[in-house]
Design a protein around this ligand. Structure first.
Ligand SMILES: NC(=O)C1=CN([C@@H]2O[C@H](COP(=O)(O)OP(=O)(O)OC[C@H]3O[C@@H](n4cnc5c(N)ncnc54)[C@H](O)[C@@H]3O)[C@@H](O)[C@H]2O)C=CC1
Ligand SMILES: N[C@@H](CC=O)C(=O)O
Ligand code: NA
Length: 444
């Protein structure tokens, strides 16, 4: 009998791509469901059957819905098995996941992961292992859930020069801020709802304190600017201090509050380049496209020299949307294995330094309750001038013997703006600093 050329085999007859899945919670359970329900189509698209050969969970006894023979609580042993080609990691956190994924990559097993916390700290190490063995490392689900964003940055825009990536990358905080803005709903009850819907991290402080968004900003900045940016390089502020007063102040100005990740490639006057990455609440005009992004949706702008402005929008959290991105990566890995290709590697050749937040130009909105008497405005204006901060707009409203004063600045180094606010807070004529927030976008 003449040997059968592998190219002449139909996908269903090819040796399966054998997948070990680590974690079967909100995202993993949807991946398992789709792998089963769409097995035929996935095989046709991947070029070979994609077969789940093991699932590691913390408590196998809690998963009567899954085939018992697939379940284990020993993820390390599952990763090491000879009959595993690909590891899909949906556990989250850094340890012990880091060692499992290094073991897999070192053994030439490709990895698909949604773990932004790990990637934001250790992607260099993971990429080194993947390069050494020739295994793939894909992680589309790690940033902005279902939205194809990392593949465009790694591949479609690889020939362009990206200058800015800005957007809403955390569904939980966007869900909370949208509810606070729309209905005045309380912070705690909204967070509970976001957790119930599967948007929040296992420890939701990762969401509300901005750690999750900062991890995503680090990944975005690394890919967009071909440099290594880790979570520690990202200036991070969460939404825990965003109050009803902030939202009310924003509403008065025709604005709303969003938690934004902003990554920029900056060229100084002397031509030297650096990058900045930050996550913090921002007041944006209600006419801004990001203002209309509600619930757990995410939206990200990318600006590139040749492409101009691009916008990516869709579901940034939740089991099924995130599973969509995981499966897309899994098909890519399977195709590479069937056809003998490789996914993109780390691209960090630009090696740009990270500019500290204090030097980053931002604009502030400052809302104050001040004494309603002559000379107060002059004193406040003097504090701004003393720090070299130029004022763009001032509004004053009187009520009995206090006045409410709103100042919006032009761009100034963030450190100068912070010092100005500190000084203003100490002025006798200032009764209360009601709200301080950075602003983006021009009013309509
Ligand atoms: N839930 C979402 O909307 C999104 C989640 N992600 C990421 O996906 C990953 C998974 O998230 P979720 O599914 O929401 O988490 P989850 O908490 O619902 O599920 C975690 C799973 O890991 C298993 N697990 C935990 N420790 C384990 C251990 N030592 N050994 C074996 N299994 C263990 C648990 O049994 C559970 O099945 C995380 O990295 C998360 O950041 C990414 C995008 C969106
Ligand atoms: N907890 C995250 C999940 C997706 O990455 C979020 O709320 O966005
Ligand atoms: Na994505």
């Amino acid at each position: 009998m003449s040997p059968v050329s592998p190219k002449s085999l139909s996908p269903a007859d090819r040796a399966p791509i054998r997948v070990a899945m680590l974690g079967c919670g909100t995202v993993g359970s949807e991946v398992a469901r789709l792998l089963t329900e769409q097995a035929g189509e996935l095989a046709a698209r991947a070029g070979a059957p994609v077969e789940l050969v093991g699932i590691a969970v913390r408590r196998p006894d809690k998963h009567p819905e899954l085939p018992a023979e697939l379940l284990t609580d020993d993820a390390a042993a599952l990763v090491a098995r000879d009959d595993v080609d690909v590891v899909v990691e949906l556990v989250g956190g850094i340890d012990p996941v880091r060692s499992w994924l290094l073991t897999a990559l070192n053994a030439g097993k490709s990895v698909v992961t949604a773990n932004k916390a790990l990637l934001a700290e250790y992607s260099a190490e993971l990429f080194e292992a993947s390069d050494a063995s020739g295994a793939d490392l894909y992680f589309e689900a790690a940033v902005a859930g279902a939205i194809p964003l990392l593949r465009p940055l790694r591949e479609s825009l690889a020939g362009d020069r990206i200058t800015r990536v800005m957007g809403i990358v955390n569904g939980t905080t966007n869900y909370i801020l949208s509810a606070m803005d729309a209905t005045g709903a309380g912070y705690a009850e909204t967070l509970d709802e976001a957790s119930r819907l599967g948007y929040a991290e296992a420890d939701p402080t990762a969401d509300v304190d901005g750690y999750d968004a900062a991890s995503k900003a680090a990944i975005l900045a690394s890919l967009a600017f071909h440099s290594r940016v880790t979570a520690k390089d990202v200036h991070r502020e969460g939404i825990a201090d965003v109050t009803a007063s902030d939202l009310a102040a924003a509403r008065t100005l025709g604005r709303t509050v969003k938690l934004l990740a902003i990554c920029e490639r900056v060229t100084a006057d002397d031509g030297t380049e650096s990058v900045s990455a930050r996550v913090h609440p921002v007041m944006i005009p209600r006419s801004h496209q990001l203002a209309g992004v509600g619930g757990a949706f995410n939206a990200v702008y990318v600006e590139a020299d040749a492409a101009g402005e691009l916008m990516f929008y869709g579901q940034g959290a939740g089991g099924a949307p995130t599973a969509s991105a995981v499966l897309g990566d899994l098909v890519a890995v399977a195709r590479n294995q069937v056809l003998g290709g490789r996914g993109p590697r780390e691209s960090a050749h630009a090696a740009l330094p990270v500019r500290p937040m204090g030097q980053t130009p931002t604009r502030y909105h400052v809302s104050l309750d001040v004494a309603d008497r002559a000379g107060v405005l002059a004193q406040v204006a003097q504090a701004f001038a003393a720090h070299g901060v130029s004022i763009a707009a001032v509004r004053q409203r009187d009520a009995n013997d206090t006045a409410s004063l709103v100042v919006v600045t032009h761009l100034a180094p963030d450190a100068a703006l912070q010092s100005t606010v500190d000084e203003i807070a100490k002025l006798d004529v200032v009764h209360d600093v009601v709200s301080v927030m950075r602003v983006e976008g021009e009013d309509a």
